[in-house]
Design a protein around this ligand. Sequence first.
Ligand code: SAH
Length: 352
Amino acid sequence: MTKTNIKNFTLEKLRDYVVKNGQHKYRADQIFNWLYNHLSFDFSEMENLPKSFREKLSREAEIQTLRLVNKIDSPITGTTKFLFETWDGNKIEAVVIPEGKRTTLCISTQIGCPLNCKFCATGLMGFTRNLTVGEIVDQYLLTAKEYGKKVITNIVFMGMGEPLLNYEATIDSIKNFTNELTKTLSRNRITVSTAGIPDKIRALADSGLRVKVALSLHSTFDEVRNKLMPINKKYPLEENIEALKYYAKKTGTRITFEYLMLDGINDRDENVKGLARLTSKLPSKINLIPFNSIAHMNPGGFASKLAPTPFPKIHEFANKLRNKNITVIIRNSQGDDIAAACGQLAIKEKKH
Ligand code: SAH
């Protein structure tokens, strides 16, 4: 019999589970406290549960935990990359990024990614499977255990994979981060980044979770976006913008557009105009992202031609946007030196 992994439950689902097992639902709250507040992953430590129930849990359930395989610190930026192994021998990565008063944890939602964006190392790995809720929340629980619960202040779903293609597990993990009992993080400290899956953006709007959403935009022109991100052929920009308008309206949040700066491809004056047109349609801001080379992955074809826009030109581009009253941030590139920067997460070892 495969055991039930307790970390896969939301609080609500765990309450149902304990009730089915003849216990009062507050037993679920106690278990959640152990997991999310005490960061304890062992039934035998959960001393406020009746001994007989603890024994039953040990027989029928488990608290599956990712295995920490490696931890690499960047001496330059303070970024740390965590490499974890799942029960079935797959590797995933999470990155801890200290930025002033905040410490952001960047988590993965899939092993590999099916989207094949041309600038992204994870895309070059192909897709193995979705992560479970337990595997997603564990990236937080294990790093929180390492640093102390208060240290991680923000979570971004910007690691490996497309969160909205693993929708159920993504929203259940958000529920676990924000639930009324453990209040691990507030909703406005969580960002879901997507390449753009319109029906799931709408579903997330209707979920009531009201987290922040970022769209990996990279071009306002479908012809260019089609080349960079093949998913755009299925879901063209207009459909995503309509879904994001709905999201912004329904949740009262501002959408972030992530915009990779690619030399000669999306950094000209016509792109400033395109962005000005787009951002006038909905409450939004732009994060300009310096492109982290994935040349070490030896990409061929179109991808091999992608080069970063030089820094002075990124600043010039940002200023042109600011002159049009658009909120623009140039994101620091952190972790490039340890291949932990955005788009560089890819596991080189083959599983055996
Ligand atoms: N699938 C989701 C989340 C993962 S990508 C999405 O597409 O948003 C997280 C962010 O990293 C995205 O904004 C993505 O465009 C960016 N990114 C991918 N490859 C990159 C690279 N080589 N350099 C810098 N940022 C990159």
